[in-house]
Design a protein around this ligand. Structure first.
Ligand SMILES: NC(=O)c1ccc[n+]([C@@H]2O[C@H](COP(=O)([O-])OP(=O)(O)OC[C@H]3O[C@@H](n4cnc5c(N)ncnc54)[C@H](O)[C@@H]3O)[C@@H](O)[C@H]2O)c1
Length: 540
């Protein structure tokens, strides 16, 4: 995703110098937005301020950023106030990553004193200048915090101290694939790539989690064995972190196991300055996330998903929960991670069945939101089944983009987000009736999608042709056509009752997400019991 690299920060924070150094080092073009403005306006910044005023300057700056963003692979140093305008930030973030250079006010004051060409500081003695800098920094902090990450630029010379830090950070940040932007203004990055786990330390440092927080790495018993090397490496990169291992499997996703983590953390005296890093599938992701949301009223949380399903679904969007004997994911919270790191190479050890389960969730995104993605999946099904790296990367990225878009609009499932539950009303019922131990979650959802598709066609809302297209794709991705194939028998009446217990059931009404066409679904409670029973036939 990163195309251009933009530097922001206060005046004299080193944006220009470091921008040039970086461009030179990476052999990229360099643009200084202030120089760009000067050249186009035919006068200096000081003259624009003096003759036309700050408002005119900001207008010219906006146009300049728009123009510069059309270039590819450039390093850009922005003027100090450029990111105070949200239109500029949008353009910048759509075309690259934004790095904030930060230096102590005293250092900035001293640097500014050496150069009297700064209109906003003109005529001020050092004391007044320092006071103004401190005030302006406080005012602009809300804008600087919009940067993807910050770099300290206190020490000189920058080529020795600052450039290596930026190059180090870019080792991970060049894998930035998606940003989740929530309506609250909160945002977090999703990184996708192969072999990127080794940059765990860079992530934690650039997000300022390290050295501030004590780390605790969580995983499950399978992954601790099958991904032993990576697991140990992450613990080491997280500052020789302690770890906590849950027994693998959906049946661990309960209060007792969660309590064992809370107890461990309390006994080891973890404080609020803790970060839980989860390196696992969706089960531990949901549990560690709930622990992070609740431990001492909330600690930091980062997701390193290891299953395909966790990469494309459970690690993104902030739903965290445990199961209750009365239903799945009944006790939980909305709690967003600070970052998600999807290292596709860990999928090598993922059991085939679990890989297929993740593919079912990927098909879901095509059906609920994006016809073209669905078509792409049809064309690339065999590449995905052989884990072709480029195909896998695109499928994970597009799925995360769709989830990020939906969650960005409706974080708390007050409306649109419900579409992500396509296949879940039936899938959850199947999981419950099979005691959460016969089918993996994604496979149950795949079967649920078959039932939901059938139901929609029965109701005259969808058509056989598109329903078959969905089912053909699920077949290609190894999703069973029936429960019988897996030696499982469930009762239609019990399924009907289990659907009412699903938390999507909104009191006594059973709620379904049903396709209208590939790429579009609707939430409805219109189906009758008879129609649901008829639809269930397709997988029984
Ligand atoms: N929070 C959400 O928004 C959300 C969304 C979808 C699903 N979920 C939840 O996610 C869970 C399902 O996630 P899941 O399918 O990842 O289940 P999971 O965590 O149980 O992982 C599936 C199995 O694969 C193993 N595994 C995972 N990664 C591996 C790897 N790289 N190598 C070897 N083995 C590996 C695990 O040990 C486990 O046995 C369910 O509890 C579901 O409710 C949550």
């Amino acid at each position: 995703m990163p195309n251009n690299i933009y530097f922001t920060g206060f005046m004299a924070s080193g944006k220009t110098r470091i921008g040039k150094l970086l461009a030179n080092h990476l052999n990229l073009d360099y643009v200084d937005s202030d120089v760009f403005i000067t050249e186009h306006a035919g006068k200096s910044i000081a003259e624009i301020f003096e003759q036309d005023g700050e408002a005119k300057f900001r207008e010219l700056e906006k146009e300049a950023i728009k123009e510069i963003s059309k270039k590819e692979n450039v390093v850009v140093s922005l003027g100090g106030g450029a990111i105070t305008k949200s239109e500029n930030v949008e353009v910048i973030k759509n075309t690259g990553i934004l790095i904030c250079m930060r230096a102590e006010p005293e250092i900035l004051c001293e640097r500014i004193g050496r150069n009297n060409n700064r209109p906003l500081m003109a005529g001020l003695d050092p004391e007044a200048r320092l006071e103004k800098i401190i005030n302006m920094l406080a005012e602009r902090e809300k804008f600087y915090s919009l940067a993807d990450f910050s770099i300290d630029s206190n020490e000189d010379p920058p080529e020795k101290h600052v450039l290596p830090r930026i190059l180090d950070a870019l080792k991970l940040w060049e894998y930035l694939a998606v940003r989740v932007n929530l309506a609250s203004g909160e945002a977090y990055p999703i990184f996708i790539g192969k072999g990127i786990l080794k940059y765990a330390n860079i992530l934690l440092k650039t997000l300022k989690i390290l050295p501030k927080c004590e780390m605790l790495v969580c995983t499950d018993s399978n992954i601790a064995k099958k991904q032993k090397k990576n697991f140990m490496m992450i613990c080491q990169k997280a500052g020789e972190s302690k770890n906590f291992i849950f027994p693998a499997g959906e049946r661990s996703k309960n209060l007792e196991k969660l309590n064992s983590l809370w107890t461990f953390m309390l006994k080891k005296r973890y404080t609020r300055k803790t970060c839980l890093l989860q390196f696992s599938g969706g089960v531990v992701g949901d549990m560690a996330g709930f622990a992070a949301a609740t431990y001492q009223r909330g600690v930091s949380f980062v997701q390193f998903p290891t299953s395909l399903l966790a990469m494309v679904d459970s690690s993104v969007g902030g739903k965290v929960a445990i199961n209750h004997p009365e239903g799945k994911n009944m006790i939980g919270a909305f709690y967003q991670p600070q970052a998600v790191v999807c290292d596709l190479s860990v999928l090598k050890t993922l059991p085939k069945e679990e890989f297929h389960a993740g593919l079912a969730e990927i098909v879901k995104y095509g059906i609920i939101y994006d016809f073209y993605f669905f078509e792409w999946l049809e064309k690339n099904a065999s590449a995905l089944m052989r884990k072709d790296a480029a195909a896998l990367k695109y499928a994970v990225q597009r799925s995360c983009e769709i989830k990020a878009e939906v969650v960005g609009i409706d974080e708390r499932e007050l409306g649109l987000r419900a579409i992500l539950n396509y296949g879940h009303t039936f899938g959850h019922a199947i999981e419950k009736l099979t005691n959460f131990n016969k089918l993996s979650h994604g496979i149950a959802i795949g079967l649920g999608m078959r039932i939901a598709g059938r139901l929609s066609t029965i109701m005259g809302m969808w058509n056989e042709k598109e329903e078959s297209r969905q089912n053909e794709l699920l077949n290609k991705f190894g999703i069973p056509e029936t429960l019988k194939e897996r030696g499982i028998k469930i009762d239609a009446e019990k399924t009907w009752d289990a659907i009412a217990g699903d938390k999507k059931a909104e009191k006594q009404t059973r709620v379904y997400i049903l396709p209208l066409e590939i790429g579009k679904v609707v939430k409805t409670s219109a189906p009758s019991k008879k129609q649901v029973f008829e639809a269930l036939e397709v997988v029984l």
